[in-house]
Unconditional design. Structure first.
Length: 335
C-alpha cells in the first residue's frame, strides 16, 4: 500500500498549490498557485522539500487528514490555524513525523486566511502545463482539478519520512501598507481617485476568493468611462468597474479584462493579500518601480536564505539562547 493522506474533512476549500504555471496566460490559462508563496516556502523547507513544491492550501476552516500506509513528515505555515495530532496540540514552525493511523486536524484560523500543509517528498499529483497548482474553474491541476472532498486519498510522490524533525524561526519581511505602482490606466481616473486610493481605508468584502478581492471604501471616480479594450491582467491588478469600488485580481484571475486598472499591487506584497479575510482593512501606498523591485529582491533574498535557517529539533544555537527567556517571574538573585 502506498503512503498517503486520507481526507477526513476537507474544510472550506483545500487545494494542491505550488508556485503556479508560468507562460500560459497568452493561451487563456490562469497561473493559479499559492496565494501566500512565503508560507508555502516555509512549510516546504521545514520538511526538506524544495520551496516551490506542491502542498495543500487550506482556507479559513482548516481540515482533517489521516495517515495511511506508512510514516510521513508534515509541517504547516501561514494563517494561525490551531493544529492537533491525535488530539494533542502541535506547533507550527517545525516539522512533525507521524505514524500510520495518525490523525491531523487543523481548526479555524484565528488570524489570516490560508495555511499550507507540506509533506516530505511532496504529493503525487500529475503536473498540468508544468505545475500541479489547482485551478478548479477549468478543472486542471491538483487531484482531479478540484478542491479536495471527503474520502479523497492523496498519495505521496516519495515516501522518505526519515531524518530529524526541523524547526525554523524566521519572520518574513513585512510592511504596514499594501504598496502599489499606479497604472497602467491611471488616465482613466480623476486625480481625486488616485489620491483616495492612497489616503483611504478599504474593507475586504465577502466577495473574496482565489480569483480576487472585492473591496469597499471611498469610490474611485472615472474620468474617461469604465470600459477599455480588454488587455492582460497581472497578479495584483486593481480593476475599477462602474460602481467605483476596487477589485484586486489574484492567482486564479481571468487572463484579460475590460475595466480600467488604477494600480497594481507589487509582487512582494501579494502574500499579504493571500491572507486577507472578509472584514479586514487594507491601506495602500503608491511607490515607484525602483521601490517595487527592491522589495521583490528583499523578499527573494529572504526566501533564498530559508534553507540555512532550519535546525534539528533539540538543538540550540547562540541566537536561540539570546532570544530565550531563561528565567521567568521575579527573583532576588539568591540561589
Amino acid at each position: 500500500m502506498s503512503v498517503a493522506l486520507r481526507v477526513i474533512a476537507p474544510g472550506l476549500s483545500t487545494t494542491v498549490q505550488d508556485l503556479g504555471r508560468a507562460g500560459w496566460m497568452r493561451f487563456g490559462v490562469p497561473p493559479s498557485g499559492a496565494l501566500d508563496p512565503r508560507a508555502l516556502a516555509v512549510a516546504n523547507i521545514l520538511v526538506g522539500n524544495p520551496a516551490v513544491a506542491g502542498a495543500l492550501e487550506l482556507t479559513l476552516t482548516g481540515g482533517t487528514f489521516a495517515v495511511e500506509g506508512g510514516s510521513i513528515c508534515i509541517a504547516i505555515a501561514g494563517a494561525d490555524m490551531p493544529m492537533t495530532i491525535d488530539r494533542a496540540a502541535a506547533a507550527a514552525g517545525r516539522s512533525h513525523t507521524l505514524r500510520p493511523g495518525a490523525v491531523v486536524r487543523l481548526g479555524t484560523a484565528r488570524h489570516g486566511m490560508r495555511t499550507y500543509l507540506a509533506v516530505r517528498g511532496g504529493f503525487a499529483a500529475a503536473p498540468r502545463f508544468g505545475s500541479v497548482a489547482t485551478h478548479h474553474r477549468s478543472g486542471i491541476g491538483g487531484f482531479a482539478g478540484r478542491a479536495l472532498a471527503e474520502g479523497d486519498l492523496l498519495p505521496l510522490a516519495e515516501t522518505t519520512p526519515h531524518g530529524p524533525d526541523l524547526r525554523l524561526a524566521a519572520a518574513p519581511p513585512s510592511y504596514p501598507r499594501i504598496r502599489v505602482v499606479v497604472g497602467p490606466q491611471q488616465d482613466h481616473f480623476t486625480h481625486a481617485a488616485i489620491d483616495a486610493l492612497s489616503s483611504s481605508a478599504y474593507r475586504v468584502t465577502h466577495a473574496a476568493d482565489r480569483m480576487g478581492l472585492r473591496l469597499e471604501g471611498a469610490p474611485l471616480t472615472h474620468a474617461r468611462g469604465f470600459n477599455i479594450i480588454s488587455d492582460a491582467i497581472a497578479a495584483g491588478s486593481i480593476q475599477v468597474p462602474g460602481g467605483g469600488q476596487p477589485i484586486i485580481l489574484l492567482a486564479d484571475r481571468q487572463t484579460t479584462g475590460g475595466y480600467p486598472k488604477i494600480a497594481t499591487v507589487i509582487s512582494a506584497d501579494l502574500p499579504v493579500l493571500g491572507q486577507a479575510r472578509p472584514g479586514d482593512i487594507l491601506r495602500f501606498e503608491a511607490v515607484g518601480l525602483e521601490a517595487a523591485v527592491a522589495a521583490r529582491r528583499a523578499l527573494q533574498d529572504w526566501l533564498d536564505a530559508l534553507p540555512g535557517r532550519v535546525s534539528p529539533i533539540g538543538t540550540l544555537d547562540s541566537e536561540d539562547l539570546l532570544a530565550a527567556n531563561l528565567i521567568s517571574g521575579v527573583t532576588d538573585g539568591a540561589g
